[in-house]
Design a protein around this ligand. Structure first.
Ligand SMILES: Nc1nc2c(ncn2[C@@H]2O[C@H](COP(=O)(O)OP(=O)(O)OP(=O)(O)O)[C@@H](O)[C@H]2O)c(=O)[nH]1
Ligand SMILES: [Mg+2]
Length: 320
């Protein structure tokens, strides 16, 4: 891999849709943000500066999978390839939704394949807590091999620690196991495509998925002949069409993510008073609810009629 430029590197905020990426972006970057059109698309990407790190931060659209062909999602993946108007991405800030760790980890495992230093921020911890979701951050850090932060983005909670941890993000472990034929194809890529800006593993996976952006990148770097050869080779290895491959590979990430969630997450239903819960149930049932309503009315009558109208009025008259 090419060495990471030390002067004003790029940091990409990535993650699923609606997880709080843009909210965090506004806390992390300075006020002078600009909106930049991503080459070959109608998608705009917000760019801002993180002064303390001397880095440019990019806010990307939400992504379901790096193998999606959707224009918005393509941007969140292709920003990791060298782009003229953008700084080379030296690290990734992956924003996860604490309420939906399976979906968030599935995408984290995919970005891990890029071999670009990554920091995972688990956002929306307020909403997760309200649902009784407890996440073991330390265990997750051990499994993924990266630091884990947490935040409540709209309130800026967790942002300071995030900035500190962004100084030295780590390269994630590669923990998804692929079938042998995929590993064999990746080995060929390792031999044929040297000194690439992203890892040969992800190049191999994207070629098998029929991704046009990676074909364009390789054509520019190694010439169109090699790309045609690699495309034919990918089709031979894959046997099925690219859509079937994408479904297979996304399923692998989802399964691994599900397995991790079982190890790192506990869900405790919010504790409620059992007596109050039983009383609430009685109130909502017809045969118990009506007597309760009558009893409440009688109590109100006794309170207002006997205590208020007789006792209190007599007392007040006595005082006057
Ligand atoms: N309760 C709570 N709400 C949050 C948190 N972070 C973000 N939100 C809310 O979630 C919504 C989506 O936040 P965004 O920052 O736009 O999310 P995004 O990831 O940029 O969304 P896309 O760009 O559409 O993928 C907004 O209404 C935020 O106010 C959080 O930590 N807690
Ligand atoms: Mg956004």
């Amino acid at each position: 891999m090419d060495s990471v430029p030390s002067q004003n590197p790029g940091i990409a905020i990535v993650g699923n849709m609606n997880v709080g990426k843009s909210s965090l972006f506004s806390w992390l970057s300075n006020k002078d943000t600009v909106s930049m059109n991503f080459p070959g698309t109608t998608v705009s990407v917000a760019a801002g500066q993180i002064k303390s790190l001397n880095a440019t931060l990019y806010d990307t659209p939400g992504i379901y999978s790096i193998f999606s062909a959707n224009e918005d999602e393509k941007v969140s993946r292709d920003i990791l390839l060298p782009q003229k108007a953008f700084k080379q991405i030296a690290s990734i800030l992956l924003v996860a939704d604490a309420k939906n760790m399976k979906r968030s980890l599935a995408i984290a495992l995919q970005y891990a394949e890029y071999n670009i230093p990554m920091l995972v921020d688990i956002n929306m911890i307020d909403e997760a807590e309200a649902r009784g979701i407890k996440i073991n951050f330390e265990k997750l850090s051990g499994i993924l091999g990266v630091d884990i932060c947490s935040s409540i983005a709209p309130e800026g909670i967790g942002v300071r620690k995030l900035l500190t941890k962004l100084k030295a993000p780590r390269i994630a472990k590669k923990i998804v196991t692929y079938p042998d034929w995929i590993n064999n194809f990746i080995d060929i890529i390792k031999k044929l495509c040297r000194d690439t800006d992203i890892s040969p593993r992800v190049i191999g996976l994207l070629l098998l998925a029929g991704d046009k952006s990676i074909e364009g990148y390789l054509a520019q770097k190694f010439g169109p002949e090699l790309v045609e050869e690699l495309k034919d080779l990918a089709a031979d290895y894959r046997k099925e069409d690219t859509e079937t491959f994408r479904a297979l590979i996304v399923n692998l990430y989802n399964k691994k993510a599900e397995q991790i969630v079982k190890e790192i997450q506990e869900v405790e239903p919010p504790r409620r008073n059992p007596y109050l819960m039983t009383f609430g149930d009685w109130c909502t049932r017809l045969h118990t609810g009506i007597p309760i309503a009558i009893a409440v009315l009688v109590l109100v009558y006794l309170f207002v009629g006997s205590f208020g109208a007789t006792f209190l009025v007599d007392k007040i008259n006595g005082v006057i």
